[in-house]
Design a protein around this ligand. Structure first.
Ligand SMILES: Nc1ncnc2c1ncn2[C@@H]1O[C@H](COP(=O)(O)OP(=O)(O)OP(=O)(O)O)[C@@H](O)[C@H]1O
Length: 587
């Protein structure tokens, strides 16, 4: 009930009262523009604040929405209401094109593609006079709903309610698996891929969504005055949209509201100070960015963080699905990876039986990390074959290999560092979520039920690794060893048929190493197929059923721990023998 009041009743009451606060046309113009621009900022917040993608050309989408809706009504006589969504759909299509072009480039080049797009649209709006009217503009018919022409106040109500709906949908998406996935790919694309997330596809999706929002905003903007011209769609407004996201608090729910208010509305009140208004506006901006680095809502809102729910007292034990014994889980044949002249892996062949733990060891630089990256699809082999449960793996992207059942942890830990431990593990269920985007948008009951089921499972997995009490803490606050445990939990959520553990105990304290060893013991007892890369030789010797030893990219030896510890070539490769004799002294 309280939720309903906060989300709907209060804002709707506020919207209905607003036109009566200052019943004049200037004020009506400001608040109607606010609703339109706010939608653009909400969409951009999803792209920048949640998915971590930069766009400096949002005005391009805004303009396509505006001119698109105007032309659909004027030339095709589409009803105003329909034209908004058709124009937004076309804008979304442009979003996909810009995304596909920009995602081919990285870093500053990505931003430059979006700038180029914004400028291109600005030039077209300005110069294609026959269609857009150029600087002289277009005069539009009055907006109407099913034949009823809207007056200024009614148009504001319509725009504001649409903006409220847009905010509601964005909030639902942010708080569901959809938002978590976007957040995850922003924090660590490589970890997201390893959990089956098609990162490129999701980035394109984020652009499409933000373009759709900008398109709706543009359409509303176009019809507010019955007139648009190319002056409204300049590069500087793209910057303003981005600044609104940052000043409000990127990634926060209320940030776009506060940001749009400060950036788009506040300056209009100083407009009559002529030369000084830009100075005042600039100063407000600078002070906000200096003193509230996470934006107004990001910085102040952090103090009123909601209390997390309690950790359940009774948590059922998690059952790792035991694999059938005896079959071949992975077959690696003649695998090679050359980096220029460096032969990082040079013709390695080995087989891992289902339900066993297979160790890959070797001195520094022997090619272990390259091997994990080849198996998980981060690198494409120069030659050779990898078969997972009989299916070819090599050449496939990481997310496909993850979908085929093989996932990994990382030597250099890859957290979704802004998310909680629980949310990190929930991303691991990515492949198993059945609720699609539209259901998540509407926060249907079935979505909440499904989410609750996965939360229950998360607790069980977290209990297995001993992190259930830390479920609601931000992942970045965990200790080094706990972060490694969380990575294992996240990988287990995927229900993998093969798990690659890349140095799971590296950097952990002796107590934490003991906790990690306990988890590896549980994985072994459950019969999970594991490929274990580890420097702690006592762990390798205790848990591995078979071991492959690499040296300078070639397979030096293969066998049981006992055979390996007695192999002369292996002993020599390890610091002339002393080190390995010390480490495997038990044999
Ligand atoms: N991306 C790369 N470009 C060029 N050379 C590389 C690349 N990755 C690895 N190498 C080289 O390949 C060889 C094997 O490196 P790799 O990191 O796989 O070894 P490692 O056994 O994992 O070592 P460590 O135990 O130190 O992690 C090294 O000579 C390394 O310099």
């Amino acid at each position: 009930m309280k939720q309903f009041a906060l989300r709907f009743a209060l804002p709707i009451a506020f919207i209905f009262i607003l036109p009566y606060v200052y019943p004049n046309s200037f004020f009506m113009k400001i608040i109607t523009s606010f609703a339109a621009l706010y939608l653009v900022v909400v969409g951009l917040n999803l792209l920048v604040g949640i998915a971590g993608q930069l766009s400096l050309g949002q005005t391009g989408f805004f303009a396509i929405g505006a001119y698109g809706a105007a032309l659909l009504v004027m030339k095709l006589q589409l009803p105003f209401f329909v034209s908004i969504f058709v124009a937004a759909g076309v804008t979304a299509l442009f979003g996909a094109i810009v995304a596909m072009l920009s995602l081919r480039s990285h870093g500053p080049y990505l931003a430059m593609v979006t700038i180029a797009f914004g400028l291109l649209v600005e030039i077209v709006a300005n110069r294609w006079v026959d269609v857009t009217g150029g600087p002289a503009g277009l005069f539009l018919p009055k907006a109407d709903l099913f034949g009823y022409a809207l007056n200024k106040v009614e148009y504001f109500y319509f725009a504001a309610l649409l903006a409220l709906a847009g905010q509601w949908v964005a909030t639902n998406l942010t708080r569901s698996q959809f938002g978590r996935t976007l957040h995850a790919l922003r924090n660590s694309p490589v970890a997201a891929e390893s959990l089956g997330v098609n990162v490129t596809g999701w980035k394109v999706g984020a652009f499409v969504l933000s373009a759709f929002y900008a398109g709706v905003g543009g359409a509303l903007f176009a019809f507010q005055d019955g007139y648009i011209n190319s002056d409204s769609f300049t590069f500087s407004s793209s910057i303003m949209f981005l600044v609104a996201v940052i000043v409000g608090g990127a990634g926060t729910v209320l940030g776009p509201f506060v940001g749009t208010l400060i950036i788009e509305v506040l300056p209009t009140f100083f407009a009559n100070l002529y030369d000084y208004h830009l100075l005042i506006f600039g100063s407000i901006l600078l002070l906000t960015l200096v003193f509230l680095p996470e934006g107004v809502v990001g910085t102040l809102g952090g103090r009123w963080r909601k209390k997390p729910p309690a950790v359940p007292e009774q948590i059922e034990p998690y059952r790792i699905e035991p694999a059938d014994m005896g079959e071949i889980a992975i077959r690696i044949e003649g695998l090679k990876k050359y980096f220029g002249g460096v032969k990082a892996i040079d013709g390695v062949t080995f087989t891992v039986q289902r339900g066993t733990i297979h160790g890959v060891i070797g001195p520094n630089g022997s090619g272990k990390s390259t091997m994990v990256n080849l198996l998980s699809g981060v690198y494409t082999p120069s030659e050779g074959q990898v078969l997972l449960n009989g299916n070819t793996v090599q050449g496939k992207p990481t997310f496909r290999i993850a979908k085929m059942g093989m996932t990994r942890t990382f030597q250099n830990i890859q957290l979704f560092s802004d998310l909680t431990v629980m949310e990190n593990v929930l991303v691991g269920f990515h492949r198993q979520f059945r609720s699609g985007m539209f259901r998540q948008m509407l926060a249907l009951r079935s979505v909440k039920r499904e989410e609750q089921q996965f939360v229950d499972q998360c607790f069980r997995i977290l209990k297995l690794v001993g992190l259930e009490q830390r479920a609601y803490e931000i992942a970045d606050s965990l200790s080094y060893g706990e972060k490694r445990l969380m990575e294992i939990a996240r990988a287990l959520a995927m229900k993998p048929s093969v798990l690659l553990l890349d140095e799971p105990a590296a950097g952990a304290s002796p107590v934490e190493v003991e906790r990690i060893v306990n988890v590896i013991r549980k994985l072994r007892d459950a019969g999970l197929t594991v490929i274990l890369i580890e420097h702690h030789m006592e762990i390798v010797m205790e848990f591995c059923d078979s071991i492959t030893v690499l040296d300078f990219g070639i397979k030096l030896a293969e066998g049981t721990p006992e055979q390996i510890s007695r192999n002369e070539k292996v002993v020599e490769a390890y610091l002339g023998g002393e080190e390995v004799m010390k480490l495997v002294g038990g044999f």
